[in-house]
Design a protein around this ligand. Structure first.
Ligand SMILES: [Zn+2]
Length: 449
């Protein structure tokens, strides 16, 4: 008879806590180590970085090339500016703009003078904002200061004019309204025209050299064909944000980094880059560094795209921002240093510089609210801040003759540094002034009007 089966002796089961507790501890230690390793940290300040002058900065910056959005010079300037801020002990982040920016990549134009047995093709440059188009018609000549009355009756014609008296955009609008199918501007202007995106103009519009213009003017009355080929390429753009890790954006120093196509962008706006860098240098190692952000905006020239994206992304920390100081064209004294500022900031600025000139920036937009509207103006990166109720000050030395032209090649770094010094003084005054945080503005913003 077999022995009855007996269960083999077994170990008592391990209590759950003996497994879970070490796992929890290991997990906690691992998380802590990962957190410590990836926590943002301020880079170590480099010795000597604070004694670099704006003039020395300019010597480097001027060699990096034009900074139009998507260009190699733009990328080089981002890298250089980042290294400068980091040397001062600021942590730098880059905010990619949500959309790539369409930039003109090709803009060619031709005029075909189809004389029987005598075909001739002239080449020119399609203006930015025109589209690929082709039109054929009889060529007429417009006088430089052509009136609307003179444009009447030109429906269906193609027109040529020498350097227009007024803005090119105004002429193309009036030509379009008169039913003209295409326009050639003979660029015999004493100053080459400023970069002026025409917006979307449904006309072939091109500029030609005076030499090509002579041939064309000799063909008035003949049938001609205007052709434009315009291609854009989508370019990436970034905002560069420099701040101590612990810093709150109680004050914000900003300038746009990009330049317009066809201009080296010295005064517009290498001068602003120098000013923001100089302000960061003055703030380094002082309490201001703990309460300031320094931002170089991308794609300002394409419609304040960088500053709009910045305000959209950082709306919460900006709620307590006391001053946004914007530097645009501060390196050439077309006028003495001028300010367009919120009245409270203007009062503080006047205490520092009683003779500071004020101006009102050109209107750019109107803020609509239910039942009320108030004009909010600005043609630079402080406008998006104004629109969300941040107090702004725009520092500017007026529009010099080289604005948006190939000749914008020089600036005085001392003037940029001077604007930065004033900005730092205004910032310190704003931080010392009594401050009541803003109320919530409600959905429409009307409570803050
Ligand atoms: Zn500018």
């Amino acid at each position: 008879m077999p022995r009855p089966l007996r269960p083999l002796p077994t170990r008592p089961p391990v209590p759950a806590w003996k497994v879970l507790l070490p796992a929890l501890i290991a997990g906690g230690v691992g998380w802590g180590a990962w957190h410590a390793a990836t926590r943002p940290a301020n880079p170590p300040a480099q010795p000597g970085a604070q004694s670099v002058s704006a003039a020395q900065d300019w010597e480097t910056l001027r060699t990096l090339g034009p900074r139009e959005t998507g260009s190699a010079g733009n990328a080089r300037t981002l890298d250089w500016a980042q290294s400068q801020f980091e040397a001062l002990g600021y942590r730098v982040t880059r905010q990619a703009l949500p959309d790539r920016v369409p930039m003109p990549a090709q803009r060619e134009g031709t005029v075909h003078l189809g004389g029987p047995g005598d075909p001739q093709t002239l080449t020119g440059e399609a203006l930015i904002g025109t589209q690929t188009a082709e039109q054929t018609g009889t060529l007429v000549r417009l006088p430089p200061g052509v009136t609307d009355a003179q444009l009447e009756g030109l429906l269906g014609r193609l027109a040529v004019t020498t350097c227009p008296d007024g803005p090119w955009r105004d002429l193309t609008d009036r030509a379009l309204n008169a039913g003209i199918l295409g326009l050639v501007i003979v660029n015999d202007c004493p100053h080459p025209p400023a970069y002026s995106p025409l917006g979307n103009v449904a006309l072939p519009v091109l500029s030609v050299t005076p030499e090509a213009g002579r041939t064309l003017l000799a063909g008035v009355g003949r049938e001609v064909t205007f052709t434009t080929t315009v291609r854009t390429e989508d370019a990436p753009a970034w905002n560069l944000i420099a701040a101590r890790v612990e810093a709150t954006p109680d004050v914000l120093f900003g300038a746009h980094l990009d330049s317009v196509p066809g201009s080296p962008g010295a005064n517009d706006n290498a001068s602003g880059i120098l000013a923001v860098l100089h302000a960061a240098r003055q703030a380094a190692g002082t309490p201001l560094a703990g309460r300031a952000w320094f931002v170089l905006f991308g794609a300002e020239e394409q419609g304040l795209l960088g500053s709009r994206a910045f305000v959209h992304t950082h709306s919460y920390p900006l709620r307590d921002t006391r001053a946004m100081l914007n530097f645009d064209m501060v390196g050439v004294n077309a006028e003495s240093l001028s300010i367009d500022a919120h009245p409270e900031l203007l009062t503080l600025a006047r205490r520092v510089r009683p003779d500071l000139r004020t101006f009102r920036d050109a209107p750019a937009t109107t803020r609509e609210t239910f039942g009320r509207s108030s004009p909010i103006t600005g043609r630079s990166d402080y406008l998006p801040f104004k629109l969300v109720g941040v107090r702004t000050a725009f520092l500017h030395r007026g529009e010099d003759p080289h604005y948006h032209r190939a000749t914008d090649t020089t600036l005085d770094p001392a003037l940029a540094a001077d604007a930065a010094t004033l900005g730092v003084q205004i910032a310190r005054a704003a931080l010392n002034a009594p401050w009541t945080p803003r109320q919530s503005c409600g959905i429409t913003g009307r409570d803050c009007q």
